[in-house]
Write a protein that binds this ligand. Structure first.
Ligand SMILES: Nc1nc2c(ncn2[C@@H]2O[C@H](COP(=O)(O)OP(=O)(O)O)[C@@H](O)[C@H]2O)c(=O)[nH]1
Ligand SMILES: [Mg+2]
Length: 200
């Protein structure tokens, strides 16, 4: 897929104000600082589309971007930010989980994982929750330029192994780098394929 246009549509704090669920939608989510904004900008060829390195945990917004006038890329607030209060964390949980669970047009959740790290509990727990809800998701490993391919492969293998404790079939994995555009064609190609099967 070639991204010809990418437009910011809206930011929401309320599920009731989301755009009508008439286009296929893909939610990007991961721990704060995982490289989500950078990945969104890389995929859409727009440097400032998603704001990178903002103070996390401040505003908890669901951001909709319209791509090629045809599908929505949704930027969700990061999870696992240590310095936000417990009540804020619970608000995050409720808001995002309701969105993920109820959004009819949501085709897939892209769960971003830092490829430099050993499997993190919070990422595994989130994947398990998606599994329990029967929500389709893929894993997008970020920042692969930061270490050797071998190290990346090892961390991915460990993550898959950890997931295999609860999943019969481990989801598809993509290896990406926003720095050198690794994985761009693969992630966009995947979205393109799913879009083809979208019916209202
Ligand atoms: N080397 C490298 N750095 C990255 C990559 N993606 C993000 N970063 C850096 O990681 C930090 C967090 O990125 P950001 O996109 O703001 O993460 P977010 O909090 O998940 O939206 C920033 O300093 C980015 O420049 C990547 O693929 N490679
Ligand atoms: Mg960000």
């Amino acid at each position: 897929m070639i991204v010809k246009s990418a437009e910011f549509v809206c930011s929401n704090t309320q599920i009731s104000k989301l755009p009508p669920p008439e286009k296929p939608e893909y939610a990007f989510i991961g721990r704060s600082n995982v490289g989500k904004s950078s990945l969104i900008n890389m995929l859409t060829n727009k440097k400032g589309l998603a704001k990178t390195s903002q103070t996390p945990g401040k505003t908890q917004l669901i951001n909709h971007f319209l791509i090629n006038e045809n599908w929505y890329l949704v930027d969700l607030p990061g999870y696992g930010y240590a310095r936000i209060s417990k009540s804020k964390k619970e608000d995050w949980d409720k808001f995002i989980r309701t969105y993920l669970d109820k959004r009819e047009s949501l085709q897939c959740v892209l769960v971003l994982i830092d490829s430099r790290l050993e499997p993190q509990k919070i990422d595994l727990a989130f994947c398990n929750w998606l599994g329990e809800k029967g929500l389709p998701f893929v894993l997008v490993f970020t920042k692969a330029d930061k270490q050797s391919g071998l190290k990346t492969d090892q961390n991915i293998a460990k993550f898959k192994k950890a997931l295999s404790a609860t999943f019969e079939e481990v989801p598809t994995c993509y290896v990406t780098s926003s720095e050198n555009k690794l994985g761009k064609d693969e992630v966009l190609g995947f979205i393109d394929e799913v879009n083809k099967g979208f019916t209202m």
